[in-house]
Ligand binder design. Structure first.
Ligand code: AMP
Length: 420
């Protein structure tokens, strides 16, 4: 189906041609006509499916039909969970907006940077705001913008925005919006609890669930490698060098681990940088820009990088630490295999995380063989599940047999001895 049959204006058809999009993606085919009619949309589609244009094009078309006011009023609010996504989505909307006959001001706001320049840029009003929730509310509190004229609310990565961490902010933002508005909610995943919450906000929504098509499905080869926890950095080094991986995104569980693994790789002359929520925004932007421009080979990130980031040609994602949930697993591996390219997603599985990995596999209906790499065969075995000293059952324990399973301290010592 061509873009011309979706009901888009000539200007927006020029915009998609300029982006060299030859045909709409399935989510665009399903969501654009409904959104253009003013209906609410609940869209569930994999990352990399073209979700952004699926909501951006209808937003822009609606703006095309209303003359600019002076000062401009916020007509559309796009909420996103991370700063990077805010910049990425905002830039994509700006690119598409360049082709409209009237000027459209798209403001990108996120926390972690000084609020003053953002307030300055909002002077004279704005048409579209792409924002993370906390900073948006700060700007409202500073009277830098008002949300009473919002005609369309977009939630991108809606499942994350419905998370407890954002609940209070989201409630406050909703209370500032006109009750009568269009809602476009998009997410890669919509667990039942989130669906229920979304239903309370949506009016008679068109549900758009794009089942991955063979040619549209990300082409990701998933692998699980058994390795002792203390040898993961060495294995990572080995894999990067052996396979000549040009660009790798490695996920770890904590900021500390991100710093530590990056440090060790750098010592081994592999140029790696950490990426986590406690870095300054300037540093985060720099790391991403270097990674995207191939000036940086390896990024060691916490889950802050797992959502929405569109890094073209990212061939490999490694789960150094396993994700907490099956949903996080999808988000992480979705960073690779985007826009029709092939990707590899490798998960390191050690004795104490194997049960957790099997759970993720089960939720994902996967059945991956636990591969072994020569020279890195694991020596540790799963602990016997037995009541611990204080009686709490289910905790991995040595079962009172000294030496049966190394303690954390033992592992650290062993790692230190191996120069980890
Ligand atoms: P998204 O799912 O919005 O993050 O988009 C993923 C990538 O697909 C982005 O790089 C978009 O520029 C690209 N894209 C979006 N729509 C199309 C399309 N119709 N044809 C080809 N690429 C597209």
């Amino acid at each position: 189906m061509p873009f011309s049959s979706l009901g888009l204006s000539p200007a927006l058809q020029r915009a998609v041609s300029a982006k060299a999009y030859s045909a709409p993606t399935p989510i665009q085919v399903a969501a654009i006509p409904a959104a253009l009619k003013g209906q609410d949309v609940l869209g569930s589609a994999q990352t990399g499916s073209g979700k952004t244009a699926a909501f951006a094009l209808p937003l822009l078309q609606q703006l095309e039909s209303v003359p600019p006011e002076s000062p401009r009023r916020v007509r559309a609010l796009v909420l996103v969970p991370t700063r990077e996504l805010s910049a990425q989505v905002g830039e994509e909307i700006r690119k598409l907006a360049e082709h409209l006959p009237r000027s459209v001001k798209v403001s990108i706001v996120f926390g972690g940077v000084s609020i003053n320049p953002q307030m300055m840029r909002l002077r004279g009003g704005t048409d579209i705001v792409v924002a993370t929730p906390g900073r948006l509310l700060d700007l409202v509190d500073h009277n830098a913008l008002a949300l009473g004229g919002v005609a369309t609310l977009v939630l991108d990565e809606a499942d994350r925005l419905f998370d407890l961490g954002f609940a209070e902010e989201l409630q406050r933002i909703l209370s500032l919006l006109p009750e009568k508005r269009q809602n476009l909610f998009f997410s890669a995943t919509f667990p039942p609890a989130v669906q229920a919450l979304a239903q309370t906000l949506l009016r008679d929504p068109v549900r758009v669930e794009v089942l991955p098509e063979p040619q549209g499905q990300p082409d990701i080869v998933q692998q699980a490698i058994a390795v002792d926890a203390g040898r993961r950095t060495q294995l990572l080094r080995h894999l990067i060098q052996q396979n000549h991986w040009s660009r790798v995104l490695v996920f770890v569980a904590t900021k500390h681990a991100a710093e530590m693994v990056a440090d060790k790789l750098r010592k081994a002359r592999i140029y790696a940088e950490p990426f986590h929520g406690e870095l300054s925004q300037g540093k985060r932007t720099q790391v991403l820009a270097d990674f995207k421009a191939s000036r940086l080979k390896v990024v060691i990130a916490t889950d802050v990088a797992a959502r929405g980031l569109d890094i073209a040609q990212l061939p490999v994602v490694v789960n150094y630490d396993l994700p907490r949930s099956a949903v996080d697993y999808i988000h992480r591996i979705g960073r690779t295999g985007r826009a029709g390219e092939r990707g590899i997603a490798v998960s390191f599985v050690s004795a104490d995380t194997e049960a957790h990995f099997r759970l993720i596999e089960k939720r994902q209906s996967l059945d991956l063989p636990l591969e072994r790499i020569e020279g890195f065969e694991p020596l540790e075995t799963v602990a016997v599940l037995a009541p611990s000293m204080d009686g709490a059952a289910g905790e991995p324990s040595t079962g009172g047999i000294k030496g049966k399973r190394p303690s954390k301290k033992d592992k650290l010592r062993a790692a230190a001895a191996r120069g980890q």
